[in-house]
Design a protein around this ligand. Structure first.
Ligand SMILES: [Zn+2]
Ligand SMILES: [Zn+2]
Length: 89
């Protein structure tokens, strides 16, 4: 059985510009901000179809329960600190 040793370059100084170019071009895909919504209060993911409350001033979004509780306690948005009133439902 023949053994092939890998590690030593066959041709010294050989450089393939195309392979380098390909490595450079590898795109870094940024995470989509719309893909998952995170509650600004409990910082956990908001599942699809969950009832949410949104700040009318800055657009901060949170679970309806979290947001309502926060507003009752503090009376303002956790992000922009504008005065908010609890939603009456
Ligand atoms: Zn929450
Ligand atoms: Zn806000």
């Amino acid at each position: 059985m023949k053994r092939i040793k890998i590690g030593k370059p066959i041709c010294r100084g050989f450089w393939n510009p195309w392979s380098v170019e390909e490595i450079k071009k590898t795109p870094v895909i940024p995470p989509k901000p719309e893909a998952r919504q995170v509650c600004v209060i409990c910082l956990s993911e908001i599942g699809e179809g969950a009832s949410t409350t949104e700040c009318p001033y800055c657009g901060a979004i949170g679970h309806k329960n979290c947001f309502d509780e926060w507003i009752v306690l503090r009376g303002k948005c956790p992000l922009c600190r504008k005065i908010l009133t609890p939603t009456s439902t």
